[in-house]
Design a protein around this ligand. Sequence first.
Ligand code: ADP
Length: 386
Amino acid sequence: MRVLVINSGSSSLKYQVRETDSDTQLLSGVVEQIGSGDVPDHGAALDLVEAALVAELGQDPGLEAVGHRVVHGGERFAEPVLVNYEITRAIERLAPLAPLHNPANALGIRAIMRKWPSLPQVAVFDTAFHRTLPEHAWRYAVPNELYTEHGVRRYGFHGTSAEYVTGRAAQLLGTPVRGFDGIICHLGNGASVTAIKAGRSVDTSMGYTPLAGLVMGTRSGDVDPSILTQLMMRGEYTAQELDSMLNQESGLKGIAGSNDMRAVVAAAAEGDDEAELALAMAAYRLQKFIGGYHVAVGGAQAIVFTAGIGENSWQFRERVCEGLGALGVRLDRMANVEKSREPRVISASDSAIKVLVVPTDEEGAIADQTAQLIRDSGEQQAPEGE
Ligand code: ADP
């Protein structure tokens, strides 16, 4: 099936066309600066996408479906869904939980409804895979009304990636997904770690928002919440200032001055103390999560690295794994530095837990889930049509 995958942000729209049967990417691109003079809105962005599709694939690009990356599915969406007006409104109603993302995702959906009204659309939610967390993992120890009235709970993100990588890791180990216990470290600009028990997510480091957990490119990850309330009560900073500070000026950037892992690793190698400290903090935080999740899953078979840093930075993987000796983790140093785009094992043969590198493919996973859902719903409808 030929699927257009859309990741619609407030000012950019990323797209890919995937052929799911052959698992190939036909084209990909991004429209930026939506809201500026040239591209006033998401409809105009889609006109540019259409022009690119026609230029590459011909007058009829042969699209059969659209799959959308939707950041927040709240408590309602545990699976991909076929989009209609009601679903689009439900995605918009989740805006308080994801103010930057969900309205932009819905704009993308509505623009497609206008342009190609007969093309089926599927929403794939970044939170969905984490709907299997047990309540003691997703509740915060705050008064119940914060949950019941304000939806304050752990939702978790990067679910599409974690699910895809879990499947690939199980395949690599020759175990059925339902027999896989492991820890998925998705380390990109945003970074999260997910505990997998019997193929399902049982805990994850991001929380109510994607700010929680690991030290990231520009995000702080976990901090003592009193830091914020104290600074606000003293009138030193406003809530908005702290929010942007923690999201955009913290993490590697806050400590080392750069959010690019390559630059931080290079600076540390040249003796830059702040870069060294940033790496030590990021690795230590991840080691603590891995130790905790090893307990949460009752003993992990594998620790899996994925996304920009996880797939490419052998230095960061080495640093993290060196601190996991107490778990019996032993890296094969040669395998770790090897460059490859294939899923692979990088631990030594006597390592108590296997260490894997598995490239993620969120767009491919969205395309596959979209095609699957459309086929299934077609099968369900078939008897009526006869
Ligand atoms: P996003 O969350 O934006 O999708 P990515 O998964 O693309 O992010 O990851 C971006 C991160 O990956 C950056 O910190 C970047 O420095 C890092 N990265 C990309 N390539 C390499 C590489 N070859 N070596 C080390 N780090 C890399």
